[in-house]
Design a binder for this molecule. Structure first.
Ligand code: NDP
Length: 474
C-alpha cells in the first residue's frame, strides 16, 4: 500500500520513497514518500498560516474537533491496532490498549480545550500596583514541531497533537521512520474530523535530515520530542530560542519490600518488563528485592516470565512480539553477553530468533553493567537482592535518569520515605513504574527530560502566558 504526506490539507508526493516493513516477517508492507527540504519548508509555512486560524478558533470548536477525532479513532480501532502490530511489532492485545488510550487522550484534550484560561492578579498587593487591574491569559505558542518515537506510534503522537490542538496551535509532525503509517492514518482521521488545512502537517523521513530541518527552523515556536536521550540532547543544542519539551529514557527501578504480595508483584513485573518487548521508556528494568524474599520472588518472576507467549504480534494470544529491528536484538544480546562475562547469571531467556528476543531474567548483576546502568529498551530485567530498605532506595535512585520508579509495600512509613528519597518524575506505589494514566503529569527529572506531558500539563507547555495590566484611571 502506498501512502502520502499531508501538507496544507493536501495529500502529496515527494518523488522519494520510504519503505515500511512488517517487523515480524521483515517484509515491506507499505511505503510513504520521504520529505525533502521543500516539503518540510511548505509544511512549516502552512502551519504558520494555520496557527492564526487555530488561535482564532473558539474553544468549543476545537473541543468538537477533538471529540470527533476520538469517535473516528474508535470506529477505526481494529485497523489502527493492526497497523501498530504490523509496523511496530507490538502484540495486538497491547496495540488495542494503545488505541483505547489514544481515544482517552483525545477525549481528555476535548475537555481541556474548554478550560485553557488564566487568572486575575491583585496588582495592588504592592504599591506599584495601586490603581491597576491585572490578569494573565494563556495564548497558543503558534507552530509546534512534534517528533515522535517508534514504540507508541499512535498514543505518543496523540500526546503531542491533541493538546496542541486543544491549546489552539498548528503542528508539523515527524513520526519515527520505522512506524509512520499509524501517523498517516491519524492525519486522515484529523482531516475527517474537520481540522483546518495546515493545522496538522505530516512529514516523514530521517531524523538526521527531516527532523533536523524541522527543529532548527526559526518559524517553529516549540518542539515537543519523545525519543532517546542522545537525540534529545542534540535537539536541545541546535534548537535555538524555542520552548522545548523532552521525554527521554529511564532505567526504571522497582523496590519490593518483604510485606509485598509476591505472586501479584511477579506477574505485574513480568508484564511491565516485557510488553512491547521491553521497548517502553518506563519498562521494568532493575528489580530490588529484600534478601529474605528474593529467592521466592525470583522463582515466581522466572515462572511469570516463562508464561509470556512469544510470537507473531497479530496473534491475539501473543504477549511479546519482535523488537523494532534485528540490530536491536544484536545490541541487547551483546549487553547480556557482557553481563554474563562479568559474572551475571541468565535465569531464563537469553535467546533469540531473528528479531525476537525472549523475556530474560538476570541475577548476580553489578551496578556498572550496561543492563543495569543504561536503558535496556529490551525484554531484559535484573533481580538484585538488598539488605535494608534505605539502601534499596539509594540504589534505585543512583541513576542518571529520573522518569518513574516503583515500590511494592503496605507500610506507610516506607511509602513516604520512598516519595521523599526518589528523585523521579513519578513514584508508583503497589504498581510498576510502567503505569501511566493519560491525564497524569508525566515526564522525567535529570537526564530523562524537560517538561511534562499528560494533556493538561502539555497544554501548559504549549501556551505562553500573557500578562495584561490596565491602569484604571488612564
Ligand atoms: P530516537 O531518538 O532514535 O528517535 C525519536 C525520533 O527522533 C524519531 O522520529 C527520529 O527519527 C527522530 N530524530 C532522530 N534524530 C533526529 C534529529 N537529529 N533531529 C530531529 N529528530 C531526530 O528514539 P526511538 O524512536 O528509538 O525511541 C526510543 C527512545 O524513546 C528510548 O530512549 C525511549 O526511552 C524513549 N521514549 C521516551 C518516552 C517518554 O515519554 N519519556 C516514551 C517512549 C520512548 P528517525 O526515526 O527517522 O530516526
Amino acid at each position: 500500500m502506498e501512502y502520502k504526506l499531508f501538507i496544507d490539507g493536501q495529500w502529496v508526493d515527494s518523488g522519494h520513497r520510504l519503505e515500511v516493513t512488517n517487523k515480524y516477517s521483515q517484509e515491506v508492507f507499505a511505503a510513504v514518500p520521504a520529505a525533502g527540504q521543500e516539503e518540510v519548508d511548505k509544511a512549516i509555512a502552512a502551519a504558520q498560516r494555520a496557527a492564526s486560524v487555530m488561535a482564532d478558533m473558539p474553544a468549543y470548536r476545537r473541543s468538537e474537533i477533538l471529540a470527533r477525532t476520538a469517535a473516528l479513532i474508535t470506529e477505526r480501532k481494529r485497523d489502527l491496532a493492526e497497523t501498530i502490530a504490523i509496523e511496530a511489532g507490538k502484540a495486538l492485545k497491547f496495540a488495542l490498549i494503545e488505541v483505547d488510550r489514544a481515544i482517552s487522550t483525545f477525549t481528555l484534550a476535548a475537555e481541556e480545550a474548554r478550560r485553557v484560561h488564566g487568572e486575575t492578579i491583585p496588582l495592588d498587593a504592592v504599591p506599584a500596583g495601586e490603581g491597576y487591574f491585572g490578569f494573565w491569559l494563556r495564548r497558543p505558542v503558534g507552530v509546534i514541531a512534534a517528533v515522535s518515537p517508534f514504540n507508541f506510534p499512535l498514543n505518543l503522537v496523540a500526546h503531542k497533537v491533541a493538546p496542541a490542538i486543544a491549546a489552539g496551535n498548528a503542528v508539523v509532525l515527524k513520526p519515527a521512520s520505522t512506524t509512520p503509517i499509524t501517523a498517516v492514518k491519524l492525519c486522515e482521521i484529523l482531516e475527517s474530523a474537520g481540522l483546518p488545512a495546515g493545522a496538522i502537517n505530516l512529514v516523514v523521513g530521517p531524523g538526521s535530515t527531516v527532523g533536523e530541518w524541522l527543529v532548527t527552523d526559526p518559524r517553529v515556536d516549540k518542539i515537543t520530542f519523545t525519543g532517546s536521550p542522545p537525540v534529545g540532547e542534540h535537539i536541545l543544542s541546535v534548537a535555538g530560542i524555542k520552548k522545548v519539551t523532552l521525554e527521554l529514557g529511564n532505567t526504571s527501578p522497582v523496590i519490593i519490600a518483604p510485606d509485598a504480595d509476591l505472586d501479584l508483584v511477579a506477574k505485574k513485573c513480568a508484564v511491565g518488563a516485557y510488553y512491547n518487548s521491553g521497548q517502553v521508556c518506563i519498562s521494568v528494568q532493575r528489580i530490588y528485592s529484600e534478601k529474605g524474599i528474593s529467592d521466592p520472588f525470583t522463582e515466581k518472576f522466572v515462572l511469570a516470565s516463562e508464561a509470556m507467549v512469544v510470537g507473531d504480534p497479530l496473534d491475539e494470544r501473543v504477549d511479546v512480539g519482535p523488537m523494532i529491528d534485528p540490530g536491536e536484538v544484536d545490541r541487547i544480546e551483546g549487553w547480556v553477553e557482557e553481563a554474563v562475562d562479568g559474572g551475571a547469571q541468565v535465569l531464563t531467556g537469553g535467546k533469540r530468533d531473528e528479531a525476537i528476543y525472549w523475556p530474560t531474567v538476570l541475577t548476580n548483576v553489578e551496578p556498572e553493567m550496561k543492563v543495569v546502568d543504561q536503558e535496556a529498551f529490551a525484554p531484559v530485567a535484573s533481580v538484585i537482592p538488598y539488605d535494608d530498605f534505605e539502601g534499596a532506595l539509594e540504589l534505585a535512585d543512583a541513576s542518571d535518569y529520573g522518569l518513574q520508579a516503583a515500590v511494592f509495600t503496605r507500610d506507610i512509613q516506607r511509602v513516604f520515605k520512598a516519595i521523599k528519597r526518589l528523585n523521579f518524575g513519578g513514584v508508583m506505589i503497589n504498581e510498576t513504574p510502567a503505569y501511566r494514566a493519560d491525564h497524569m503529569p508525566y515526564g522525567g527529572n535529570r537526564q530523562s527530560g524537560l517538561g511534562r506531558e499528560g494533556v493538561r500539563f502539555a497544554v501548559e507547555e504549549m501556551t505562553n502566558i500573557q500578562m495584561v495590566a490596565i491602569k484604571l484611571d488612564g
